[in-house]
Ligand binder design. Structure first.
Ligand SMILES: [Zn+2]
Length: 422
């Protein structure tokens, strides 16, 4: 691992920034009577000016089962509050980081569609386009909620506390739990709720949040939005179907059949393929290599890095893949296929189970990075199809070096790339 890495903590710089903002945004949003660690948002006012856009939702399910892993502090069902998190207190900040790492592990373990994971990530890093944030960027005339018009619309309000959203939570059986949720920031409270639910209920909870957000958008932006009941039913069914699929033999057999061919194949039109490889030098140094190519096989960029690290082979392969995705993100690529000759890595990324090992944590980082793209795939290719990345992993000659080229590629790389196309 890099010197700055900590097991269980995502070290992708593009993820880190919003994680830090969670805390700062939460502190900045506190009112004069607010106290960190104490949830003070009131239940939304009744009688909003806008009619409830939703209908009956009896199919959403009964009162959710709570996790038996969580102990009560007072013996009557009220949970222990999470530790207070104060800005500037390093121990508390570490605890907050640990809490959020635990939250991500919990979310990644869920057998739910990747799109729902992606929505959850966007929700938790506070990048959904709610009116309060649009207003602060001068993109809309008012920060007030379009449904109740009584409060500013932040993510809390839009998904949990607006009157119309509230109804769905009440009818789905999660209303009481949401009332009890404590935590300084929005993701803290989401984490609190998820930890207090049984495995099956976590997916249902996030599905309802996703459906509420979708219905909100459709109600605001579409001339004839579909009936909310259809959206909720559709989302619930889609997640249930995915869960059944993820538990099926079909899914497991797909994992086994992930072995790729012996030659490089181009990606689909409009997408890029990123091949990555790692090279253990034998002196405690590791070379990481990545190359992006388009459907014609043309090299778009190459990236190479040499680091001092005592990594196992599979960890090094995972770090090479993360490095490749970082370069792709920095270069604005949106639709990619990540390809590696490390079959264990490819299988691990596709497997919903999480191993609590250094390799497992790298795989988690990799999944988070993959979800930052509009679309992403992972594929395996045998070494014969990964020769360009294999060469690039050896390009840097000195520990600490990092090279990213967008043109003027070395002749040897061009020659290897041409061989792939023969
Ligand atoms: Zn509202």
């Amino acid at each position: 691992m890099d010197p700055g890495c900590h097991p269980g903590v995502c070290c992708n710089p593009s993820i880190q920034a919003p994680l830090v903002n969670w805390l700062q945004d939460g502190i900045a949003a506190l009112g004069p009577d607010c106290h960190p660690g104490v949830w003070c948002a009131g239940v939304p006012k009744k009688g909003g000016r806008h009619p409830n856009p939703l209908g009956s939702i009896g199919y959403l399910g009964a009162t959710p089962a709570r996790s038996s892993l969580v102990t009560s502090s007072d013996g009557i069902g009220r949970p222990n509050p999470p530790p207070l998190v104060l800005a500037g207190a390093s121990d508390s900040n570490n605890e907050a980081e640990d809490e959020r790492s635990a939250l991500w592990r919990l979310i990644w373990k869920l057998k739910v569609p990747p799109k729902l994971i992606h929505f959850t990530w966007r929700m938790c890093v506070n990048i959904l386009a709610v009116k309060k944030s649009l207003y602060s960027k001068h993109c809309c005339p008012s920060p007030r909620c379009s449904f109740c018009a009584e409060e500013e619309e932040d993510i809390d309000h839009a998904i949990f506390y607006c009157e119309w959203a509230r109804k769905w939570w009440e009818e789905s059986g999660f209303g009481e739990l949401i009332n009890e949720a404590v935590g300084e920031t929005w993701p803290d409270r989401v984490g609190w709720v998820l930890k207090h639910l049984e495995e099956d209920e976590r997916g249902r909870f996030l599905t309802i949040a996703w459906a509420i957000w979708t219905v909100r958008n459709q109600s605001l932006f579409e001339e004839s939005p579909p009936l909310p009941d259809f959206v909720f039913t559709g989302f619930t069914k889609m997640v249930a179907d995915y869960r059944a699929y993820a538990n099926s033999e079909l899914y497991k057999s797909r994992l086994v059949s992930d072995v790729g061919g012996n030659s490089w194949t181009p990606p689909r039109a409009g997408t890029f393929k990123i091949n990555t490889d790692a090279h253990l030098m034998g002196n405690g140094e590791v070379g990481l290599g990545a190359v992006a190519r388009d459907m014609a096989g043309t090299i778009i960029w190459v990236g190479s890095k040499r680091v001092l690290a005592e990594w196992e082979v599979e960890v090094a392969e995972a770090r090479a893949a993360i490095f490749g995705l970082e370069v792709a993100l920095a270069r604005g690529m949106a639709n990619i296929t990540l390809e590696s000759d490390a079959l264990n890595l490819v299988k691990a990324v596709k497997n919903p189970e999480i191993a609590r090992t250094p390799f497992g944590l790298c795989v988690e980082d990799l999944r988070i990075s993959l979800n930052l793209f509009s679309s992403s795939n992972v594929s395996h290719v045998k070494r014969g199809g990964n020769t360009v990345a294999h060469f690039i992993a050896r390009m840097c000659e000195t520990e600490g070096d990092e090279i990213v080229l967008g043109s003027d590629f070395p002749q040897a790389i061009m020659a290897l790339a041409d061989l792939d196309l023969i």
